[in-house]
Design a protein around this ligand. Structure first.
Ligand code: NAD
Length: 525
């Protein structure tokens, strides 16, 4: 009996009837499927395409966090034997990561369908996410092996009485708190490097999309990872995320989510000086110059704001277009945007976008559009629920013009398929407008002028810069933001280093007694 019983069977129900089934899921703690200590809280998971409850998952509370952290601590401390983890060589942990990668690849279709269902993202996007999850574990298996090569490398020092080397040690117990827009991928970005490093993990999925984490726990279990190394505690933010952020036995918190929650997590974690990485929101610019190819520019603008239904932290949601091509570009953008099919994530129509993740997001995005109108913005296309969809949290892909610098839609993260547009004349103006944001996650420049592109790469205050594209993300490359978009970088070798402590080892090499001679001046013969 594990978290999601008979999920293949249940999946059929999810797709066909969408009726309200009460499944009692469990928590995965210390290698076992367990009931929450206090009976837990039943959390309804809604299919945003039809507003029906798919399933109820059991959410835990502080007591369950305590149990999971204790299990993770105990697993971390094991020094030898079949359940050792933190003391294994990287190459031995790599085998487990590869098994997890294979487990995800084998269950890709099920997991992708579940995420398309509870998250609302188009099914083919969910499939790509799952490829990335499997790839991410495989990639960090490779980096786990490379940790061994980095161990005990010498450092040149100016005193030959000593020898100094560096070791890399796992940070310890990691609390991973993740959002709903990439349920398993955001988890993978943390779990894969954490496990590669030798850490143990307590995962707190988003209460909005908690299903696939349960399937994933079973994959980790089946891969033979020792008990307590990986744990999943579903639940609400205040019930599980809060206790995890402040737990004294948690050494590091890795968080992805909103700025407001990130700030709370950082505050909670500060009492015990935890290592913290934060991947937060964004309001990223895409700057298009007169010399850009219109067709390509429109493609990347759309990819930058409509991918994942616009619910992506790095969405290039602020379009800055140079005056001369603005009219032509916007005309084409509207024409292409209108061709997008809005509908069920399993729809075969292409291109398509699905519903927003839940009612809260739907209301929030509609309110932003309303505010834009009140502040003087003009809706060029979209701006409402599509006429053909009376239920589900759908919204038409939206382009807003006549936006000013002080408008709410220009300044705040909307997290939906809503593009705000401003025009500019000069390069200086474009750079100033692009960087004028409290966020600094990503930025994009579209131009044929390579020298100009180089200038923008330097000038953008953002952790990710795209030249002549927007959004491609590769797990080999660092990911994260400047300013209020976060602290630290995930992915690549940078992501692994998040989970490694650097240990200086200095050895006194003089064998002769009494040679140091600071306090003991003369050697007694
Ligand atoms: P959120 O901040 O509401 O929730 C994120 C997670 O934090 C959830 O698991 C939630 O339950 C938990 N949480 C809530 N209150 C908490 C508390 N008091 N203590 C600890 N944990 C708590 O964010 P969301 O709505 O799930 O996701 C959307 C946000 O995530 C957007 O702002 C988006 O930009 C950001 N995001 C960033 C990245 C990135 O890589 N930078 C990626 C995806 C999403």
């Amino acid at each position: 009996a594990f978290g999601l019983e008979n999920s293949d069977h249940k999946l059929k129900e999810i797709q066909s009837s969408m009726s309200d089934h009460q499944f009692k899921t469990k928590l995965y703690i210390d290698g076992k499927w367990v009931e929450p200590v206090n009976g837990g809280k039943s959390i309804p998971v809604i299919n945003p395409s039809n507003e029906q409850v798919i399933i109820h998952v059991m959410g835990g509370t502080e007591e369950d966090v305590n149990r999971a952290v204790a299990a993770a601590r105990k697993a971390f401390e094991v020094q030898s034997g079949p359940n050792a983890w933190s003391t294994l060589d990287g190459k031995d942990r790599a085998k487990f990561l590869r098994a997890i990668s294979k487990g995800v690849a084998d269950k890709k279709e099920l997991l992708a369908r579940l995420e398309a269902t509870d998250c609302g993202k188009p099914h083919r996007e969910a499939e790509l996410d799952l490829d990335d999850v499997a790839g991410c574990f495989d990639y960090y298996a490779g980096l786990a092996e490379k940790i061994d090569e980095r161990q005990d490398n010498g450092i040149k020092i100016a005193d030959d009485r000593f020898k100094s080397t560096v070791q890399y040690a796992p940070v310890g117990v990691v609390g991973a708190i993740i959002p709903w827009n990439y349920p398993l991928l955001m988890a993978a970005w943390k779990i894969a490097p954490a496990l590669a490093a030798g850490c143990t993990v307590v995962l707190k999925p988003s209460e909005v999309t908690p299903i696939t984490a349960l399937e994933f726990a079973q994959i980790v279990h089946d891969a033979g990872v020792p008990p307590g190394v990986f744990n999943v505690v579903n639940g609400y933010g205040a019930d599980v995320g809060g206790p995890l952020s402040r737990h004294p036995e948690v050494d590091k918190v890795a968080f992805t989510g909103s700025v407001a929650t990130g700030s709370t997590v950082m505050r909670e974690a500060s009492a015990t000086i935890k290592n913290v990485t934060l991947e937060l929101g964004g309001k990223s610019p895409i700057v298009v110059f007169n010399d850009a190819d219109i067709t390509d520019a429109v493609e990347w603008i759309m990819f930058g704001i409509f991918w994942t239904n616009g619910q992506i932290c790095s969405a290039t949601s602020r379009l800055l277009v140079q005056e001369e091509i603005a009219d032509r570009l916007l005309e084409r953008l509207v024409e292409e945007t209108k061709k997008i099919h809005v509908g069920d994530p399993f729809s075969k129509e292409d291109p398509s976008i699905g519903p927003l993740v839940n009612e809260i997001q739907h209301k929030k995005v509609l309110k932003y559009i309303d505010t834009a109108k009140k502040e003087g913005g003009k809706i060029l296309t979209g701006g409402k629920r599509p006429n053909h969809l009376t239920s589900g949290y759908f919204i038409e892909p939206t382009v807003i013009v006549d936006v000013k610098e002080n408008h709410t839609v220009w300044r705040e993260e909307i997290f939906g398929p809503v593009l705000s547009v401003m025009r500019f004349r000069t390069e200086e103006e474009a750079i100033r407008l692009a960087n004028d944001s409290s966020f600094g996650l990503a930025a994009s420049i579209l131009s044929k002028d390579e020298e100009r592109n180089k200038r923008f790469v330097k000038a953008f205050r953002a952790g990710i810069v795209w030249v002549n594209c927007s959004q491609p993300a590769f797990y080999q490359c660092p990911w994260g933001g400047m300013k209020q978009s976060g602290i630290g970088r995930e992915l690549g070798t940078y992501g692994l280093d998040n989970y490694l402590e650097v240990k200086q080892v200095t050895t006194y090499q003089v064998k002769e007694s009494g040679k140091w001679g600071w306090y003991i001046k003369s050697k007694i013969m």
